[in-house]
Design a protein around this ligand. Structure first.
Ligand code: ATP
Length: 276
């Protein structure tokens, strides 16, 4: 399988930082807050590869730095250092040195994002169909009939009744809002999709249906995905490979089966045991 994304030594510190930030934080110190300057080391030295059509899980407790990794790759936040190369057909984009226009182009054409909070991914001032239309318009599709047809197909694919496409997602349940977000993210058939705690807070049965939908889509469209979650069940179901983070550091990485069946790090052992 071809590599679609290579992330090397990605680091993000909130605050001014000092020479002791890295050596005084992390799992060994049980904190990501530098005792010398108070800066927060949200992520340090995170490296991984993602292949075409693969689902990579990023697992860890709240505050471990999972979202930070995804936010920097999706340009919602700036890294402090590191490198990320996105390979698209014959081109390679050096993600952290792109200008804002280039970042927008990649977000609109090659990436999709589904947030835990639908407020971040959806525009509640327009209809569900309108949300999808917005993304298609940014992707150079402009024929009204075609846009409506494509929106209808996408909503049907994500099991949102097409007779509700003209309603605002504000009137939808949490599960339906996530489905609209997924439809919107997929509108441009992006090769890379980021999913940040997309089922957190939903009823178990709703969670299960959304996870099934994500798997079906991945198999159908061969979309590569990075799935951020604190939920072992989500990792087990979706991710072929997993990295485990704690206090901004990757403490374990490997095939999901190996990580969950035979965790090497005491923290992962505890996470796995607590989910049994
Ligand atoms: N804008 C910010 N300013 C200061 N600290 C921040 C900021 N954003 C995140 N952090 C801190 O960075 C650390 C990592 O946050 P991040 O959101 O990546 O964690 P997470 O593992 O995704 O947790 P959660 O699931 O709760 O979002 C946390 O300690 C968080 O408080």
């Amino acid at each position: 399988m071809k590599k679609i994304l290579e992330v090397r030594n990605l680091s993000k510190t909130h605050g001014h930082g000092c020479p002791k930030c890295v050596s005084s934080t992390g799992p060994d110190f049980d904190t990501n807050v530098c005792p010398h300057c108070g800066s927060i080391v949200a992520a340090h030295d995170v490296s991984f590869d993602l292949h075409e059509g693969e689902i990579l899980g990023i697992m860890g407790e709240s505050g471990s730095g999972k979202s930070t990794v995804v936010k920097t790759l999706f340009f919602d936040d700036k890294p402090s250092s590191g490198k990320a190369s996105f390979h698209q057909q014959t081109q390679t984009h050096d993600l952290f040195s792109l200008n804002p226009a280039e970042q927008r182009w990649l977000r609109n054409h090659c990436f999709g994002m589904v947030y835990q909070n639908p407020n971040l991914g959806l525009n509640f001032n327009v209809s569900a169909g309108g949300n999808i239309a917005e993304r298609l318009l940014m992707n150079d599709l402009s024929h009204y009939g075609e846009i409506r047809q494509r929106a209808r197909e996408l909503l049907a694919r994500t099991e949102v009744l097409s007779n509700r496409m003209d309603e605002s997602p504000k009137q939808f349940s949490g599960g339906m809002q996530q489905r609209v977000q997924i439809a919107k993210a997929l509108a441009t058939r992006p090769p890379l999709l980021f999913l940040d705690e997309v089922t957190t807070g939903l009823d178990l049965s709703v969670q299960a249906r959304i996870l099934d939908l994500i798997l079906e889509i991945q198999q159908e469209l061969k979309t590569a995905m990075i799935v951020v979650t604190h939920d072992l069940g989500v990792i087990r179901l979706l991710a072929g490979r997993t990295i485990v983070m704690k206090y901004g550091r990757v403490i374990e990485a490997g095939l999901t089966d190996q990580v969950l069946e035979d965790p090497q790090h005491a923290y992962t052992q505890r996470l796995v045991a607590s989910a049994l």
